[in-house]
Design a protein around this ligand. Structure first.
Ligand code: ACO
Ligand code: KIV
Length: 562
């Protein structure tokens, strides 16, 4: 790279629109959307779509709700031509959808384009030629007058050929290619000349499409350019003002949104931003940005994963896992503080509340995603994430101090393995830590002399492989069991805290008991799961006692020598 890039690159000149209004505008309604996946998207693919893939894409675009779809460049190849013929001949274009086709300002290409559209009910036929100084000089070898002449000559040809097919309802569209790299006065001159030929009316509008063929500047400058054109174009009331942003600087979405604020009526782009180089404007991104502001986009992304799979199949290109709204990881938090906030916000949320979820700008359910992947646990995670997964996947509502205790066990595993732990891994670790499967239910009997009075518990238990009989009284079954255990094995056991809840419902429901115990000098948890609530509590005590015994055995074992 150059130390002094100014010797090679020049900054894009600002427009200097002092009385600009767009920064205060609010986008309160959806624009007219034009999908160019089958044209600009397609021309950027390593392997352009065959007819089967084009058709699959077309049907999906219709299902999403696009009413204007650029289906190809019919003069480019036989496949392109045959595809539009198939749509027309097999009557595959719904009545409320208008197809669009593109042609360069070259007579044979335009003739073939009109030829391809015979019998179509409605067509947007799209003319372009380059207007930027670099293209005038190196590609076309024309001065400004020559460019105006090129555009108007072919605009007249459009009129002539359309008149020969009166059964079709034609809408004309013109794009001054590389508008983003052209001075505004000249862009206006060419566009006014073209609309001067077409003479659109407020009832029969034409479309003027302003492309940032290459994105040269910050999006505020593009917005100034659009506002300037919006204010200065002749016949503005007879024009649908469209923009076609690319994404060379990574600000295509901002450019599209700012352009709407600056007066544009229509956006051209592709799903997930496919298109030349860094892509076209990402229509999913803009539509869902609107949605999160409470504006109905008029496009349906309720099954975003299915749409993404079809796009990946048709384009043979992957959608990045971090792609806005659609990527595999965009609703997933790994980091502890994010997980903690999400978990608390989910717990506080009621069904009809406005969406106000930390770290989640949109409810993944609205796009057909489950909450399953919202939180995933790795070494960056804390207790909140672990607790969330155990609760959402296994119905375990761990009390706060147990969350802290268990997350230390998780961290120890993570430090060794260093990889993500799934909900299933965490549950398996929880089962083994708290011996929820290994602790057998004691055989026990509870005797109550009078309702509300002291109870007697008689139980046979096994502790550290040895059998014991417990027979003691207490204020309730837990108290009696603890008293009996202390007497039978000489333990120093107290219950500090106790939580229990049901897991599941109906005949399959089980109870889980979380028991915070003081065993000698040690404070720790025991957990028991059983169909019977008393059995679950006794198991929880035994689980904690076994854990304490194992820990003290481990602490007194001689340290291994190398
Ligand atoms: C910014 C955009 O996305 S615009 C759309 C671009 N899309 C495509 O190009 C995909 C489809 N294109 C094609 O299949 C081919 O380019 C075709 C069939 C249209 C034309 O093919 P060819 O006739 O072989 O021309 P080629 O592709 O080399 O294009 C260069 C010619 O087009 C002319 N040309 C280039 N841009 C323009 C323009 N905007 N307006 C008019 N003529 C142009 C050039 O001057 C050059 O003419 P020359 O051969 O007389 O020097
Ligand atoms: C034909 C035009 C609209 C185009 O694709 C571009 O300039 O990017």
């Amino acid at each position: 790279m150059l130390k002094d890039p100014v010797r090679k690159y020049r900054a894009f000149a600002p427009v200097g629109l002092r009385d600009r209004t767009w920064p205060d505008a609010v986008i309160a309604q959806a624009p007219v959307w034009l999908s160019t996946d089958l044209r600009d998207g397609n021309q950027a693919l390593i392997e352009p779509m065959d007819i089967e893939r084009k058709l699959r894409m077309f049907k999906m675009l219709v299902k999403i709700g696009f009413k204007e779809i650029e289906v190809g460049f019919p003069s480019a190849s036989q496949t392109e031509y045959d595809f539009v013929r198939k749509l027309i001949d097999e009557d595959l274009i719904p009545n409320d959808v208008t197809v669009q086709v593109l042609s360069q300002a070259r007579e044979p290409l335009i003739r073939r384009t009109f030829d391809a559209m015979h019998g179509a009910k409605r067509v947007i036929v799209h003319l372009y030629n380059a207007v930027a100084p670099v293209m005038r000089k190196v590609v076309l070898g024309l001065d400004e007058n020559g460019i105006v002449d090129l555009a108007t000559t072919h605009a007249r040809l459009f009129q002539e050929l359309a008149a020969q097919q009166p059964g079709t309802r034609w809408t004309f569209q013109y794009s001054p290619e590389m508008f983003s790299g052209t001075d505004l006065a000249f862009s206006k001159r060419v566009v006014d000349a073209v609309t001067g030929v077409w003479q659109p009316t407020p009832q029969e509008k034409c479309i003027v499409n302003l492309p940032s063929t290459v994105e040269h500047s910050t999006p505020n400058i593009f917005a100034d350019m659009i506002e300037w054109m919006h204010r200065n174009l002749a016949r503005r009331d007879s024009i649908v003002l469209s923009v076609h942003p690319h994404n060379d600087r990574g600000t295509g979405t901002a450019a599209g949104e700012f352009a709407l604020m600056a007066g544009a009526d229509r956006l051209e782009g592709c799903l997930f931003g496919n298109g030349e180089r860094t892509g076209n404007l990402d229509l999913v991104n803009v539509a869902l940005n609107l949605y999160t502001q409470g504006v109905a986009p008029g496009l349906d992304f309720s099954d975003i994963d299915e749409i993404r799979r079809i796009v990946e199949h048709c384009n043979q290109l992957p959608v990045h896992p971090r792609h806005p709204y659609a990527g595999d990881l965009v609703y997933t938090s790994f980091s502890g503080s994010h997980q903690d906030a999400i978990k608390k916000a989910f717990a506080a949320r009621r069904e009809d509340d406005m969406w106000d979820m930390p770290y989640l700008p949109l409810d993944p359910k609205d796009l057909g995603r489950s909450y399953e992947a919202v939180i995933r646990v790795n070494s960056q995670s804390g207790k909140g994430g672990v607790a969330y997964l155990l609760e959402s996947e296994y119905g375990l509502e761990l009390p706060r101090r147990l969350q802290i205790e268990f997350s230390q066990a998780v961290q120890r595993v993570m430090d060794v393995e260093g990889k993500e732990l799934t909900a299933r891994d965490l549950f398996a670790l929880f089962e083994s830590q708290y011996r929820t499967c290994a602790t057998p239910a004691p055989r026990y009997r509870v005797e109550e002399q009078q309702r509300g009075g002291p109870v007697r518990v008689v139980a046979d238990i096994a502790m550290q492989g040895r059998a014991h009989r417990i027979d003691a009284a207490g204020a309730g079954p837990i108290d009696a069991f603890v008293n009996g255990l202390n007497a039978a094995i000489g333990a120093d056991l107290r219950v500090l805290d106790y939580h229990e809840h049901a897991i599941g419902a109906g005949a399959d429901a089980r109870a889980v008991a979380y028991m915070e115990l003081r065993v000698g000098q040690r404070t720790l948890f025991g957990v028991g799961i059983d169909a019977n609530i008393v059995a679950a509590s006794l198991k929880a005590i035994l689980s904690g006692m076994e854990r304490a015994a194992e820990e003290s055995a481990a602490a007194s074992a001689p340290a291994a020598t190398a």
